[in-house]
Write a protein that binds this ligand. Structure first.
Ligand SMILES: [Mn+2]
Length: 319
């Protein structure tokens, strides 16, 4: 199916369906939240009722996004049979929500790990963010790009391109950003909300993570234990972005940051690459997923074992 055919099929379905649930992955990021909120607005303009549902709460830095107070956070979806639109998940399980089975599923994704598990599927791994696909749907549907929609899509693209720095950032990305700014997205206000509103606990956590850092040749890694998280008064979302400091070291080709999820138990990994190693593949080999240059997965502890397993894979990828 061509992209155009996917867009046409989706718009046709949207126009003939009265109500949708919308969601994205567990532990939602800026692209997940911004894209879902923007798509909900597109659907409302097409005459649909919508309910946005997430398994996990919205991280603090995205709480200023327009429409965020309409989000329902719940482990279980109770509305039976209502069609659901799932953004950037390679499976229903990735949503973290229970009760999604036995209903029409629309699957829109921009990950290399994307799979056509939905009733309707649109996967474009060249899109810089799933928000780019939402933007293309809005344009094709000829709906009005409102300031709130523009703000949500812009914030999603800003965060998912690493502030317009990843390889996925192209001429098209800036064309879209240009159009969004023209339709009421404020680049300076959105940047302030996303990057200059860190809680103190995040910076304390960063100090601990950086003091734990190891760097050997082209691989850098770091971790925080459950006890260290507690000492810093930090939450899981305070760990967002730590890995970017590691991949920022000159000569480092791949980096991993590991967060202990439960004492002595699992570690949640954020993996980055400058391009030589395909870290989507590395993450997938451990049951995770993501992009060639940014991915994540979960590994069983203890720390030494998890570290050894991931470093072995990353070093193999560099040979
Ligand atoms: Mn994304």
């Amino acid at each position: 199916m061509t992209h155009q055919a996917s867009i046409t099929a989706m718009l046709q379905y949207f126009r003939s369906t009265p109500r949708f649930l919308l969601t994205s992955h567990a532990r939602p990021d800026g692209d997940a939240i911004g894209s879902v909120l923007a798509l909900a607005e597109v659907l409302q303009q097409l005459g649909c009722e919508t309910q946005v549902v997430f398994a996990d709460p919205t991280p603090n830095i995205y709480r200023t996004l327009p429409g965020v107070d309409t989000i329902l956070v719940t482990p279980t979806v109770t509305e039976p049979a209502t069609p659901i639109i799932i953004l950037e998940c390679d499976s229903i399980e990735r949503t973290g929500l229970q009760g999604l089975e036995n209903r029409p599923l629309v699957n829109i994704d921009h990950h290399a790990s994307g799979r056509p598990y939905g009733t309707l599927n649109w996967i474009d791994e060249h899109a810089c963010a799933v928000a780019e696909l939402v933007y293309r749907l809005a344009v094709a549907a000829k709906v009005e790009i409102t300031p709130s929609m523009a703000t949500c899509i812009y914030a999603a693209i800003l965060s998912d391109t690493g502030s317009f720095t990843y390889a996925s950032t192209t001429e098209t990305t800036f064309e879209i950003a240009h159009d969004l700014a023209a339709h009421g997205a404020s680049p300076s206000q959105i940047a302030r909300d996303l990057y200059f509103t860190n809680p103190e606990s995040k910076i304390r956590l960063l100090a601990i993570a950086l003091s734990n850092m190891k760097c050997e040749g082209p691989v850098a890694w770091s971790w925080v234990t459950d006890a260290e998280m507690e000492a810093a008064g930090a939450s899981a979302e305070d760990c967002e972005g730590v890995v970017n400091y590691l991949i920022g070291i000159a000569g480092v080709e791949s980096a991993v940051f590991m967060r202990e999820v439960s004492p002595g138990g699992e570690f949640r990994l954020s993996i980055r690459s400058k391009g030589k190693v395909d870290v989507a593949q590395v993450a997938e080999s451990f049951g995770g997923g993501g992009h060639r240059s940014a991915s994540g997965c979960t590994l069983q502890g203890p720390l030494e074992v998890a570290t050894h397993r991931i470093l072995t894979q990353l070093r193999m990828g560099l040979q």
